[in-house]
Design a protein. Structure first.
Length: 157
């Protein structure tokens, strides 16, 4: 079982809190903050790939490949299908899960007619979800790259 530094665990805890706070209050400002966080994380990871060596470089490459790959995919879907992006994303398994989660968390009957209403905007919720998925995938990529690097180092000794 690998041992992790306290700093790593605190970063994971802060990232988890950030993601859960975004899912709890999916406002336009939090969607923009999620975008900026994902962008800065990807750019920082790119810089670390260039400057670091060894295990740290492997982790940065794993984060960049997983997080950047998802953001690139998400961006390509958004650019090539700008008008139908919302429908295209809803037709995917991830989009369906996000729609069900949004309905479960935020859509409530309101008023005497029982009309369904929400205080939050669905596209903002989807944006927060996508950027949260990108950050989560980046962390998973860093752990996978660390494991592969460790296995390769153990095989060479």
């Amino acid at each position: 079982m690998p041992r992790y530094k306290l700093r790593t665990l605190l970063i994971l805890l802060a990232l988890t809190g950030f993601i859960l706070a975004g899912l709890r209050t999916p406002t336009r400002q939090f969607a923009e903050l999620s975008f900026v966080t994902s962008l800065i994380s990807s750019l920082t990871s790119t810089l670390l790939v260039i400057l670091l060596r060894g295990r740290s470089q492997a982790k940065a490459i794993g984060f960049l490949v997983f997080c950047g790959g998802y953001l690139l995919f998400f961006g390509l879907v958004a650019v090539t299908n700008a008008n139908a992006m919302h429908d295209k994303l809803l037709d995917s398994p991830v989009g369906n899960s996000m729609a069900h989660l949004f309905n479960y968390l935020y859509v409530r009957p309101e008023g005497p007619g029982g009309k369904l209403a929400s205080h939050y905007n669905r596209p903002d919720f989807f944006a927060v979800c996508h950027y949260s998925i990108a950050l989560t995938l980046g962390v998973i990529g860093a752990f996978v790259a660390n494991a592969v690097y460790t296995d390769r180092a153990n095989a060479n000794t």
